[in-house]
Design a binder for this molecule. Structure first.
Ligand code: NAD
Length: 326
């Protein structure tokens, strides 16, 4: 079975080389999938795509004409896929629903601690032989109230770590989890009471720009906001206003609404035109990582082997339970 892998990096090749079924023949393309380059997949049976690949109706229609009948997403989120069009065209879509919730949860907490204890500044200071600690004052995580919006696999893994710190947890989810019974409150209570708010829900029409002028106004002054889910959950211009007014005291983003043009590439020799993104980078209390929360050895192994299982099931006319239906 021939598979065209888009947005492919060396670590993807290494992962599939190590953990995928050897009968799968992968062709790797560094570029993001879009309507102009989908023809690179000519002659393949399936496409393997990642978070910022374009799987809109236009691209799916071209795939269908080329006889491609399957997309294996090597990620959990699927907000970039037009599922209705895929169904109408008979293109099957499978994903990796859970590869390592702990990987994302641990990165989430790493962002909280970095912003709180200003490790990003301390690292540079010490390397510059500056051993002064003024300006690095943090706060104890113990006893702080953390609001988790979305308590699926990653939200629950984050909750387990934060419980160990002695944080008070407030949770919101449209489908509460048994593990966190007793912690659920309304979104408004999360906004009003949390010292730290962390987003762990999917991006869909109900959650787009969940963090907006209205929700921000309900939050505590100096709140820490962390988003390791999807960029579209946050209205970036609003949070810039929140940083300027000091409403937001700390902002940690592993995802960004317009990340597709920026993340996963080395742009250090280029001019970045995105004025909103560049403004975010000017704040001393903003930490941005480029969608790396998932990026651990354990998660890569899971992603490679589950994607391989999904492709092999498709080749054998079977299903894996990882298929997406609208
Ligand atoms: P999950 O499906 O296990 O959990 C998502 C939870 O969000 C569910 O409990 C669901 O009921 C809840 N939810 C749905 N709509 C909601 C709403 N309107 N308000 C509040 N909660 C709502 O997913 P997960 O594995 O925990 O992943 C969460 C998100 O993390 C994914 O959607 C994905 O976008 C993101 N993610 C990011 C990375 C990264 O590297 N940064 C990696 C993996 C996943």
């Amino acid at each position: 079975m021939k598979v065209a892998v888009f947005s492919a990096k060396k670590y993807d090749q290494d992962g599939f080389g190590q953990w995928a079924d050897p009968s799968l023949q992968f062709s790797y393309f560094d570029s993001r999938l879009n309507s102009l380059n989908v023809k690179l997949a000519q002659g393949c049976h399936a496409i393997c795509a990642f978070v910022n690949d374009d799987l809109s109706a236009e691209v799916l229609q071209q795939m269908s004409v080329m006889g491609i009948e399957m997309v294996a997403l090597r990620c959990a989120g699927f907000n970039n896929v037009d599922l209705d069009t895929a169904k109408a065209l008979g293109i099957r879509i499978a994903r990796v629903p859970a590869y390592s919730p702990e990987a994302v949860a641990e990165h989430t907490v790493a962002m909280m601690l970095t912003l709180n204890r200003k490790l990003h500044k301390a690292f540079n200071r010490v390397r510059d032989d500056n051993f002064a600690i003024d300006g690095l004052l943090g706060f104890n995580m113990h006893g702080k109230t953390v609001g988790l919006i979305g308590t699926g696999r990653i939200g629950q893994a984050t909750a387990r770590i934060l419980k160990g710190f002695g944080c008070k947890l407030l949770c919101y989810d449209v489908e509460p989890a048994e593990e966190l019974a007793g912690h659920y409150v309304s979104l408004n209570e999360i906004y009003a009471q949390s010292d730290i708010i962390s987003l762990h829900c999917p991006l869909n029409p109900a959650t787009k720009h969940l963090i907006n002028t209205d929700s921000l106004a309900k939050m505590r002054d100096g709140v820490m906001l962390i988003n390791t889910s999807r960029g579209g959950l946050v209205n970036t211009k609003t949070v810039i206003e929140g940083l300027k007014s000091r409403k937001i005291g700390y902002l940690g983003l592993d995802v960004y609404e317009q990340e597709a043009d920026i993340f996963f590439e080395n742009l250090s020799e280029q001019v970045i035109d995105d004025e909103v993104f560049k403004r975010l980078l000017t704040f001393p209390n903003v930490l941005i990582t480029s969608h790396q929360a998932f990026f651990t050895k354990e998660a890569l192994q899971q992603i490679s082997s589950i994607t391989s299982d999904n492709l092999m099931a498709f080749a054998g006319g079977n299903t894996t339970g990882n298929e997406l239906v609208p």
